[in-house]
Design a protein around this ligand. Structure first.
Ligand code: FES
Ligand code: FES
Length: 162
């Protein structure tokens, strides 16, 4: 089957997609978008999280055929080719929230979504939003710091632009 959809703002096409192929496999193996990671392939770890029509989903649980004519945004699509890393990506770097990096793409998409919906989340809001994303390395505190930092930067830049 052929699947045509939008990935990070670009129309893309994948041929010979088999029944049961996941969106995660199609992104990584056919479309050269390896940012989303495959850690459990069972919807348990969140490392494969991408936006599908603006909502975060585990791409290992979405059949490739289901994205026909829909919009996918991966961690690669968070950065702006002109201005560089998104605030949340930069905050993860600055807060030292990346160790092995396996969980990072999913955490970035999920944190990005949280801050779009709620630019000033409480610690509980952050914990709840990221509860489906597992990290084996950081103990989560640096991840919390990163989201707090991205939130603080987002709020101060919107105050400056008012
Ligand atoms: S690889 Fe999809 S949730 Fe773990
Ligand atoms: S940084 Fe290694 S799993 Fe999170």
């Amino acid at each position: 089957m052929r699947v045509t959809f939008t990935a990070n703002g670009r129309e893309v096409e994948a041929d010979d997609v088999w029944e049961g192929e996941s969106l995660l496999f199609m992104l990584r193996e056919r479309l050269g978008l390896p940012g989303s990671k495959n850690a459990c392939e069972q919807g348990e770890c969140g490392s494969c999280t991408v936006y599908l029509d603006g909502a975060p989903v585990c791409s290992c649980l979405v059949a490739a055929g289901q994205v026909q004519d829909r919009e996918v945004r991966t961690v690669e699509g968070l950065a702006d080719p002109e201005t560089g890393l998104d605030d949340v990506q930069q905050a993860f770097v600055d807060a030292g929230a990346v160790q092995c990096g396996f969980c990072t793409p999913g955490l970035l998409v999920q944190s990005h979504d949280l801050l779009e919906r709620n630019p000033q989340p409480s610690d509980n809001d952050i914990r709840e939003a990221l509860s489906g994303n597992l990290c084996r390395c950081t103990g989560y505190e640096k991840i919390m710091d990163a989201v707090r930092l991205a939130s603080a930067r987002k709020c101060s830049s919107s105050e400056v632009s008012q």
